[in-house]
Structures are given as structure tokens and as C-alpha cells.
Write a protein that binds this ligand. Structure first.
Ligand code: CA
Length: 418
């Protein structure tokens, strides 16, 4: 496995456009599917060997042996192109995004062939495109669905924006932009994009540094921050920088490099985040208002070319991460596990890894890191998002870095130890 083999972000391949879409195998009402033989030819011999190794040709699912639990990996849906975010609807159906600009629905266990939202124009390309999807905590009554995405401007620059629509049972309707960040750039990297809404109804959005790392310390724009908004995009009057002339009022935290995962702790209600370091120095952070998380003044990482990025790992007035990974696993989406299927894992923080092709199951003691177990290490897929399923299983999105339509929704289920 090559970690960060090229200069640039390890999260994607900037400049690479979306690949053509292929038919989806698991669609319940799909048109006549391409034959399996043709599909494997298209995927290449390497993928075929991988499928053989995984036992899927024999209808078996690979079983992995963790420290406390054995688990099998079940493919819920495949044929996806850079799936990025995933949410469970009441009843267990799944809404998910594909980065080129599609919202897909898994209904009764089958991926429907057609997208289920008419989106605003999405600035897809590089790491940008349609990003996260989020249901409002009061979804049962207001039906609100949030989407984050790269917004394209006439001059070709992009930023991260949030739109809100309503779920009508079959589609997301009435989608309109409620917020666009001051983070415009013609660069293709570090859009952030992960969202959560807390119990008080505030929407939090992670913004990356867009390739301008020093701007993460500049409060006059939204680059390298976490923002806090009302659920309709307005600015809360009690945000930490409201009233300061040298700061934008949406900012909740700053000095963040590229937040790709956020999750609310199921017991404390606290927001936890993980962000990509440069080469090394991926971080887990506890998100608290007004704080400076240090990028790029302090970091445990180095430049992609191996040179020193900063001499400092600590500085007064800047937060230490709860944990950092060197080498980077390229942290992605995250979740806290609350299910019953894997009792020994309950309370764990699950962190996806892209380059690290894993789910890191992190044990915390309060605000302290205790240790971690690497899940899916032999599975060999980039993990883009992790979710705590309502059925007690763990769900994840996998992707191919080149943007080929081989992404999957997978589910970890308990398996008997041999
Ligand atoms: Ca930091």
C-alpha cells in the first residue's frame, strides 16, 4: 500500500473528472444488467482476483477476526462512484451521496437505479463534488435533509456550500442553498464538508484549508474552520466570534486543516472531529467553541516532500489533538458505536481510513485516547464514511481513488469464531 505517494492531498486525485457510470448490479428495478463476465472484464483482472480471494464468487462473505469479535463483511450495494456520505431513514432505508453529484436510495435492501434528488449545480472534480448528507434531528416532523457540496462560481472557483430540502418519501424536493462559505479557490483540494446537527438544532460544518494553509489562522474567511449555523443557515448570535471586526461570525473553531469526520457523542453530546494531517499528523479533536486547533503553526505531520512543515507540535493558545496518526490513515467519516451486535465495541469511536484502508476502532476514556483496534485491515478498501446502523451493525462506504464506479455500501455483522 502506497501512502501519499505523490505530492498533494491523500484524499483524492485532483483534476480527475468523474468516470462514466456503469449499471448497478444490485438495483431492484434496474434495466437489463451487463453480464457478469463483461463487468469483470471492465473491472480488470486485479479486481477479479480480489473477488476470488474474498470468496464472493462462491457466495461467501469474508470473515475477519478482531480482538473481541469475529465479523463478516456483507455488501449491501455496489457499483457506486465515490460514495461520500450516508444516512439512515426511519425504517432502515439508506440515503447516500455520490461525489459526482447524485443522491441514491437503498430501499428494502436494494439500490434504486435512479437518483432521488434534483440538485443545484455541483462543482465536481478533484476532491470536490457532492459531499455529505444529513437528516435533521427532528426529521420525523420536519423532513429536512441537508447536503454539502462544492459550489461552482462563474470564474471557475469553488467553495463549500450547504443546501436543504425535504424528503417526500421518495425524493428530496425543494432543495435550495442555505449557506456558502467564504472559502473560494480554484484549487481542487480540502473542501471539508462533513456536517452534524446537535441536540439544540445547531448545524456544524467542517471547512478545509483549500490548499492555503496559512489562511486557517485567518478569521476573516472560513478556510480551515468548523462553522456553527442555525438549521436554516443563519448565524447564531452566541457564536464565539460574533461582534469581532476581525472575524466572521459563523466560525466556531479554527486552525483546522481538513475535517473529514464529525460525530456527536451519544452520551455527552460533545462533538468530535477528525481531520487530515499533511504527511502524518492526522488528528482526532474534541470540538469546543472559539478554540484554535493550530494548523499550520503546530502539527505532528511533515510536508508531502518530506521537508519540515513546522518545528512546533505544541504552542500556548493552541489545542492538542486527542490523538494523532503518523503515518496518516487519511481519516474520513466517523461514528460512535451504540449497537448490540458487537457488545465489546459499544462506546467505541469508529474512524474511517482512506489511504489506511481501515476502520480504526478507538477506545476513549472521557476525553482521553486509550487505544485502537484496526478493523478491515485485510479487506483492502478505502473507507469514506462509517455509520452506526439502527440494526446494530456497522455500515461503511468504500471507494476507488480513481473514481471508478466500484464503490460499495458494506455492513459488518458478527460471525462465529472458527
Ligand atoms: Ca491540530
Amino acid at each position: 500500500m502506497a501512502l501519499h505517494s505523490s505530492h498533494g492531498a491523500h484524499d483524492g486525485r485532483p483534476g480527475r473528472g468523474p468516470a462514466p457510470r456503469r449499471p448497478v448490479r444490485s438495483a431492484r428495478s434496474a434495466p437489463a444488467p451487463v453480464s457478469r463476465g463483461l463487468r469483470w472484464t471492465a473491472l480488470g483482472l486485479g479486481a477479479l482476483v480480489g473477488l476470488l480471494a474474498a470468496g464472493t464468487l462462491l457466495g461467501q462473505e469474508p470473515v475477519f477476526h478482531g480482538e473481541d469479535h469475529a465479523y463478516r463483511v456483507v455488501t449491501v450495494a455496489d457499483g457506486l462512484q465515490n460514495p461520500w456520505g450516508m444516512q439512515f431513514l426511519p425504517g432502515g432505508d439508506i440515503l447516500l451521496t455520490e461525489r459526482p453529484g447524485r443522491v441514491r436510495l437503498i430501499r428494502d435492501g436494494a439500490l434504486l437505479p435512479d437518483p432521488v434528488a434534483d440538485l443545484p449545480e455541483i462543482g465536481a472534480g478533484g476532491q470536490g463534488g457532492l459531499l455529505d448528507i444529513l437528516l435533521h434531528p427532528e426529521f420525523g416532523t420536519n423532513r429536512f435533509v441537508y447536503l454539502s457540496y462544492a459550489k461552482l462560481r462563474a470564474d471557475g472557483e469553488r467553495t463549500t456550500a450547504v443546501a436543504r430540502g425535504s424528503w417526500d418519501g421518495n425524493r428530496i424536493t425543494g432543495i435550495r442553498e442555505i449557506f456558502a462559505a467564504e472559502a473560494w479557490s480554484d484549487r481542487g483540494a480540502h473542501f471539508g464538508g462533513r456536517m452534524v446537527i446537535d441536540a439544540d438544532g445547531y448545524l456544524f460544518l467542517a471547512l478545509g484549508d483549500r490548499g492555503y494553509m496559512d489562511e486557517s489562522q485567518n478569521l476573516r474567511n472560513h478556510i480551515g474552520t468548523i462553522l456553527r449555523l442555525h438549521d436554516d443557515g443563519r448565524v447564531p448570535s452566541d457564536n464565539p466570534f460574533v461582534g469581532r471586526e476581525d472575524a466572521l461570525p459563523e466560525i466556531w473553531t479554527y486552525g483546522n486543516r481538513n475535517g473529514q469526520g464529525m460525530a456527536i457523542h451519544p452520551e455527552t453530546g460533545e462533538i468530535w472531529q477528525n481531520e487530515h494531517g499533511p504527511r502524518g499528523g492526522d488528528e482526532i479533536n474534541l470540538v469546543r467553541p472559539g478554540l484554535n486547533y493550530g494548523w499550520p503553526v503546530i502539527s505532528y505531520g511533515i510536508n508531502y516532500d518530506g521537508s519540515v512543515l513546522t518545528e512546533h507540535t505544541h504552542m500556548e493558545g493552541m489545542e492538542q489533538p486527542v490523538h494523532h496518526w503518523t503515518p496518516s490513515i487519511a481519516t474520513s467519516g466517523k461514528a460512535f458505536y451504540t449497537g448490540d451486535a458487537f457488545p465489546a465495541w459499544r462506546g467505541s469511536m469508529l474512524v474511517g481510513g482512506l489511504a489506511g484502508t481501515q476502520i480504526a476502532r478507538v477506545t476513549l476514556n472521557g476525553h482521553s485516547y486509550v487505544g485502537e483496534e484496526t478493523l478491515l485491515s485485510d479487506y483492502g478498501e478505502r473507507i469514506r464514511d462509517v455509520r452506526d446502523g439502527p440494526d446494530g451493525f456497522i455500515y461503511a462506504l468504500t471507494e476507488n481513488r480513481a473514481g471508478e464506479p466500484v464503490g460499495k455500501v458494506i455492513r459488518l455483522e458478527p460471525a462465529a469464531h472458527d
